[in-house]
Design a protein around this ligand. Structure first.
Ligand code: C2E
Ligand code: CA
Ligand code: CA
Length: 625
């Protein structure tokens, strides 16, 4: 369409200007005839006609050329102005020769802003992208190859926009660079979409921490970093009793806790440490430049320290604890998947090992993890069949050897094998079977208490039960259901529990006391043994841990401490029980130090209720002290 129009115009221009040329020359020729020659001869007309024709053609060519340039210019603008891309041509001195109107939409600035300021585009580049931009401009001028660059600009409102910037230089006929041409497309939406996709692929949507995929990729990069052998640790953090928390408070609550924990871990992360969420309540932390097991242990401790302060969720203070398993590269493996698996196995050991919260990988750990699963399966079966029993270990008043009570201890015989509570209680806690176990055993103890109306029965509560909001009502319900009396029961909680949930423990213990139960602090001396526990919590009884009693003879200070604790308990109206008395010497020492009561193999072993009945009947349980 445009082409046809153009040709028709050309013909018309040539015709017009040829006639014009002829007319002008003929006009002067006519004047010459009239005023100079005064006579006409036809051959005189040849030269003026040719001359007129040539002048006409010449004029026509000039005008046609100008018209063509104008038309082409218009055509270029018609296309460039209409394009969505922001296009420009910048001379080598920085001045803009052409800027398409689309620049307004992309940059917020009208073309005039570009025309007025040389190199205006440079000013729009995002500060963080200036370096790559400078390099790009430099490459353009040195190499002269077209280049596409994705870069951020700040528009007139100060907003960040992503552009796809295509650019190449323009040379004249002699090959001299005279400027730069460029088209720019707004790709902000696309980039944001890609970033969102990338984030979904690499990050956990709940906590916004790197996910398993990115974790493995990071470990892979660390392992295969050229020639260097990197030493680093993989720490597998698993929260204790998280499932229980989810069950009692709901999953949204659990989610909020995970988010809060992730924020805390993120804060802790320094340098190149990577914190990722592996799944559920599991977090994997990769710590580069770890030279030794000691370094790794320090780091794991630091992380556990992050959990020590309570989490505030829905105006409630909440304590959580966790266990960490550690594997080291290249010592334990140099394969990402295997390093994580090994750290996981090590974490299992941390959980199995009652009080330890940090475990290290070694080959035999694989066996421990398998054990855990095996015990869980068999324990479930035992609970279904109500196979667990209680044995009772007498507690003796040291002044006269009288039995004042018994401690109920879980016993499980699986086939010919006796499985120790030290093995199955942690499994029950972690697998969520502990509530069923407690319920079955407490019922047995309550029934037994009816047969021993004059004996106190101490019953152990597990750490995770302190997290139950309904703990007191639940325990009380079982006791009442059987028709037993609360004042015959003493509930033992360990120091370990208090470390993690002192506030909850305080509430529960006070309620128990109001309901008529006695409460005892178990394993005193093994944890932090904080005096504030004794001051702030309403304990009737303190049980000094067996390990403490055992160590007493090797360490002179221990004697002084036991004496001090005995005095403290007496003055504060609490009973002190020494656990794990195995020798006459230990018995003599604790008695001499003023400890009121004792428990241990020397005095009496844990035994089935029937054996105890028999002993009591024979009057044998009043020991000869
Ligand atoms: P614990 O509460 O400190 O119980 C005392 C442990 O010391 C018992 O181990 C007992 O058999 C043992 N013991 C008593 N006298 C001596 C002694 O003279 N020397 C030595 N070396 N040990 C002595 P047991 O029965 O193996 O129980 C281990 C732990 O398992 C208990 O420690 C308690 O924390 C837990 N446990 C036992 N039964 C239950 C239960 O029904 N529920 C809960 N939640 N935990 C329980
Ligand atoms: Ca106990
Ligand atoms: Ca104990």
């Amino acid at each position: 369409m445009y082409q046809l129009n153009f040709v028709r115009r050309h013909r018309w221009i040539y015709l017009r200007f040829t006639l014009l040329g002829l007319a002008i020359v003929w006009f002067f020729f006519a004047l010459q005839l009239i005023f100079v020659l005064k006579k006409f001869q036809p051959e005189f007309a040849v030269v003026p006609s040719l001359l007129g024709f040539c002048i006409g053609v010449l004029l026509a060519s000039v005008v046609a050329l100008r018209e063509e340039v104008k038309q082409r210019n218009l055509l270029f603008r018609a296309v460039a102005d209409f394009a969505q891309e922001f296009t420009y041509f910048r001379r080598i001195d920085g001045h803009y020769e052409y800027v398409s109107p689309a620049c307004k939409q992309l940059t917020g600035f009208a073309p005039a802003a570009f025309y007025q300021q040389p190199n205006f585009m440079d000013q729009l580049i995002h500060p963080d992208d200036r370096e790559p931009w400078k390099k790009h401009v430099h490459r353009m001028h040195t190499e002269g190859l077209p280049e596409v660059l994705r870069i951020r600009i700040l528009n007139s409102q100060g907003e960040v926009r992503w552009i796809s910037h295509l650019c190449s230089d323009v040379s004249d006929d002699r090959g001299k660079v005279i400027g730069v041409r460029s088209t720019n497309l707004d790709v902000t939406e696309q980039v944001l979409y890609e970033q969102r996709l990338q984030r979904l692929a690499d990050y956990d949507p709940l906590t916004d921490l790197p996910n398993r995929r990115m974790l493995i990729q990071t470990i892979e990069e660390l392992v295969h970093d050229g020639e260097n052998v990197h030493k680093f640790a993989v720490l597998f953090l698993d929260l204790d009793h998280f499932k229980h928390l989810n069950d009692t408070h709901g999953h949204t609550f659990g989610d909020e806790l995970l988010i809060a924990l992730a924020a805390r871990l993120r804060e802790y992360r320094t340098g190149e440490i990577m914190v990722s969420r592996f799944g559920g309540d599991e977090f994997v932390i990769v710590v580069p430049n770890i030279e030794s097991v000691v370094d790794a242990a320090k780091c794991a401790k630091e992380i556990l320290k992050q959990l020590e302060h309570p989490f505030a969720i829905r105006n409630q203070r909440f304590f959580i604890t966790g266990s960490i398993g550690v594997s080291l590269c290249p010592h334990d493996s140099n394969q990402p998947e295997e390093l994580i698996k090994n750290a996981d196995v090590a974490m299992y050991r941390a959980k199995l090992d009652g009080r330890a919260t940090i475990g290290f990988y070694s080959r035999d750990l694989v066996q421990n993890a398998a054990d855990f699963l095996d015990i869980e399966t068999r324990l479930r079966d035992a609970l279904d069949k109500n196979d667990l029993r209680l044995h009772y270990q007498p507690r003796i008043r040291l002044s006269d050897g009288m039995m004042v009570g018994v401690e109920a201890l879980a016993r499980w015989q699986n086939g010919d094998e006796w499985i120790s509570p030290a093995r199955f209680i942690p499994v029950a806690e972690e697998s969520g079977l502990i509530d069923r176990l407690t319920e079955q055993l407490l019922r047995q103890a309550a029934i037994q208490s009816l047969r021993w109306p004059n004996l106190h029965i101490s019953f152990n509560l597990s750490g995770r039960q302190i997290l139950r909001r309904d703990l007191c009502d639940w325990i009380h319900g079982i006791i009442r259901q059987v028709g037993a009396s609360p004042d015959q029961f003493e509930l033992e909680v360990t120091e370990g529990i208090l470390m993690n949930a002192k506030q909850d423990a305080a509430t529960h213990l006070n309620t128990f006391k109001q309901m008529g139960y006695r409460v005892a602090l178990d394993d005193f001396g093994t944890g932090f043994s904080s005096l504030s526990y004794l001051r702030d919590l309403p304990f009737d009884v303190i049980k000094l841990d067996g390990s403490f009693v055992r160590g007493m003879h090797d360490n002179a200070k221990d004697g002084a401490i036991v004496r001090a604790v005995a005095t403290l308990c007496r003055e504060a109206g609490m009973e002190l029980v020494a656990e794990g008395i195995e020798t006459e010497q230990q018995l003599a020492t604790v008695s001499a130090l003023g400890v009121g009561e004792g428990q241990g193999y020397l005095l009496a072993r844990p035994m089935p209720a029937s054996d105890l009945d028999e002993l009591v009947r024979q009057g044998k349980l009043i020991t000869t002290l």
